[in-house]
Ligand binder design. Structure first.
Ligand SMILES: [Zn+2]
Length: 371
């Protein structure tokens, strides 16, 4: 049984958590919205409330399985206006992914659509083979202040990485040269977002290490993220390799985007990092963490390499297909996208910047803490 089904307040869940300053925890509330049954077309309306003083709000529904995809058919705001339509997904200030197992929808992911008190509605669409189907939904709301500079607490979970000097575990992590170098570079990259690494927890994975050291397929990826703890922190799982089934080695993967913020137990509750090169290339690991962590916190690629979409931000660079071959390359997008850390194939030393709007989004995520 997923913890999605357990009704509890986040405040209670956080009571047993030793991370975080508490400053943000008291500004977070968790609401179990209960079960929702779709109609025979896979559609169901999921209303959720944003409180007075809301800074950000995230609703998420699942689990519906790794072989099933879901997205938002539409989203309406507190005034009843449609603020998202999947027939024109890039036209407004909201962006919703098409995801397996659990669908999070985060507001805001752009200054063009701010969170606002009242009842919003997610028009959930689940493309299941067997309909109707029933999922559970929950929401996390953040109230309080925002600031131009913020911190985020991180939990580094060591699943298993072979061959690293001095090993890599909860005991060695704080003194591991490659890891500390990566964290320093991560902090430097994120400084352009106005974001700093806050408290760092070092945790040994206590699950099936043999299975999850090498992630094979979406189910293992999602099941590993389900083991993330509750609490306002960003969980990075360090593994030896990631292969989603096509034989290609992936450097990093975030739940979402966006991830489910502040709540463990879902297949979107963290980020997985391929740390095989941590000794040889700590700057590369730092860039992967900065990029995938950015996804988790609500950032999308400025332009997709296959030209299927752009992010909802006005100030990120957009690259055009100058050679008309239907795909973008880093060389083609030099000076018009490749310098942004959220560029799809970010390169060390080239992708070093974020935009002001990207900083604005991250400053409002439920798990970041204003200075
Ligand atoms: Zn990416």
């Amino acid at each position: 049984m997923s913890r999605l089904l357990v009704g509890a307040t986040l405040a209670l869940l956080l009571a047993g958590c030793d991370s975080g300053t508490g400053q943000n925890a008291e500004n977070l509330s968790y609401e179990d919205l209960g079960p929702f049954k779709t109609d025979a077309d896979g559609l169901v309306d999921v209303p959720w409330d944003m409180p007075e003083g809301v800074v950000s709000s995230e609703v998420f529904c699942g689990p519906y399985g790794y072989d099933t995809l879901a997205t938002a058919d539409d989203v309406t705001d507190a005034s009843g206006s449609a603020v998202y339509d999947d027939d024109a997904p890039s036209s407004g200030g909201l962006r919703v992914s098409v995801l397996d197992d659990t669908l999070p929808v985060l507001v805001p992911v752009s200054p063009n659509l701010e969170a606002a008190a009242g009842t919003w509605t997610l028009g959930l669409y689940i493309s299941a083979s067997d309909l109707p189907t029933t999922v559970s939904c929950a929401a996390i709301n953040r109230i309080g202040d925002t600031a131009a500079t913020n911190t985020v607490d991180v939990n580094l979970v060591f699943v298993g990485v072979d061959g690293l000097s001095a090993g890599l575990n909860a005991q060695s992590g704080a003194g591991h040269e490659g890891l500390q170098s990566a964290l320093t570079t991560l902090d430097d990259l994120w400084s352009d977002l106005g974001l700093a690494v806050g408290n760092v927890r070092y945790t040994d994975f206590d699950g099936a290490t043999d299975t999850y050291t090498t992630i094979e397929g979406a189910e293992e990826f999602g099941d590993l993220l389900r083991t993330a703890s509750d609490g306002p922190e960003l969980t990075f799982f360090f593994v030896q390799d990631i292969d989603l089934g096509d034989g290609a080695s992936i450097l990093g993967l975030s739940g979402g985007p966006p991830g489910v913020a502040g709540y463990g137990g879902t297949s979107k509750s963290g980020v997985v990092i391929n740390a095989a090169d941590l000794d040889a290339s700590p700057d590369e690991i730092a860039l992967i963490m900065a990029h995938e962590g950015g996804h988790f916190l609500g950032l999308f690629h400025p332009t997709e390499k296959d030209l299927t979409g752009v992010d909802p931000l006005d100030d990120t660079p957009e690259c055009s297909d100058s050679d008309g071959d239907g795909a973008l390359t880093s060389a083609e997008c030099a000076g018009s996208g490749a310098e942004n850390v959220m560029w799809p194939t970010a390169q060390v030393g080239t992708a070093t910047t974020f935009s002001a709007d990207q900083g604005w989004v991250v400053a409002r995520n439920p798990i970041t803490i204003p200075d």
